[in-house]
Design a binder for this molecule. Sequence first.
Ligand code: ZN
Length: 116
Amino acid sequence: MDSATRDALARILADERARAEAALRAHDAALEGLGAARSDSTADDEHDPEGATLADEWSRLTGLRAAALRELEALRAADARLAQGTYGVCEGCGRPIPPGRLEVRPTATRCVACAS
Ligand SMILES: [Zn+2]
């Protein structure tokens, strides 16, 4: 991998990490707001058949939050591989992962052949 490709991928990783961190903060804030709403009986929307119940919304948000956390972990691991010089090397076959795949999926640890 040449240094220009490496720099471009490092920027993609940084952007993705900023996005995942923002998503995590947004989910945390939403969960906090929902927690306050749940403890407030006047905000009980259990009887609204059209709207999601607070419990449904809670599980949806905790799912999103967990996904954002997993993504953030994968992005941090990718940053670590970049620092160690092992980024973009397939952990299945040891061959380079094509930069095009890494641009689309910057946290990929395997080439398409090994991932499938
Ligand atoms: Zn491979």
